[in-house]
Design a protein. Structure first.
Length: 179
């Protein structure tokens, strides 16, 4: 799914809402459906009561449907068992924390949603990090166009007739727009 690797991408993020609060674990598994489109194969949000207590799954979804806890406010009280409700999303490519995190009843889900809403995912590619300026010229325009001066210099030095034709056409178009 990523750079030629097979199988889903998996993330696990641990966080605390406040000092002294339990450590919350968010697990996310993203794969591809039969049409090659990304879907949320599994999404869980849990934390454990004490050091050795059983984990409470506040959210446990797979492919657009799952269960969410409804008695989170009772968490940690002696003898309380988790109560869960079945939920379905509009589509399996939606994160459950995005929808359920809007409701106050899902306190930990909402806390995690607020935490990650400000994050920005970037598409870093190593070839973009390599400077095309090192060569001093560029034969081809990059996808972002940041090397336009280098391409112009290369064309001026190696294809002067074409370069002059381009300048003439650009100039005529610019004057035509002003006239």
């Amino acid at each position: 799914m990523t750079r030629g690797q097979k199988g889903p991408i998996e993330f696990e993020i641990k966080f605390r809402t406040d000092p002294g609060e339990p450590l919350v674990t968010y697990q996310l598994q993203i794969g591809l459906n039969k049409n090659g489109l990304p879907v949320v194969q599994r999404e869980r949000l849990k934390y454990r009561r004490g050091q050795k207590g059983q984990s409470w799954y506040f959210l446990d979804f797979a492919n657009g449907s799952g269960r969410a806890i409804t008695n989170e406010s009772e968490y940690g009280k002696q003898g309380v068992k988790a109560e869960r409700e079945e939920q379905s999303l509009d589509s399996p490519d939606i994160l459950a924390i995005k929808g359920l995190g809007q409701f106050q009843i899902f306190r930990q889900v909402a806390a995690f949603r607020r935490l990650i809403e400000g994050w920005h995912v970037s598409n870093f590619q190593i070839q973009s990090a390599r400077s095309s300026q090192d060569a001093g010229y560029a034969e081809h325009l990059s996808p972002t166009g940041e090397n336009l001066p280098l391409v112009a210099q290369f064309m001026h030095e190696h294809y002067q007739d074409r370069f002059q034709t381009i300048l003439k056409n650009v100039g005529e178009g610019a004057w035509h727009n002003f006239g």
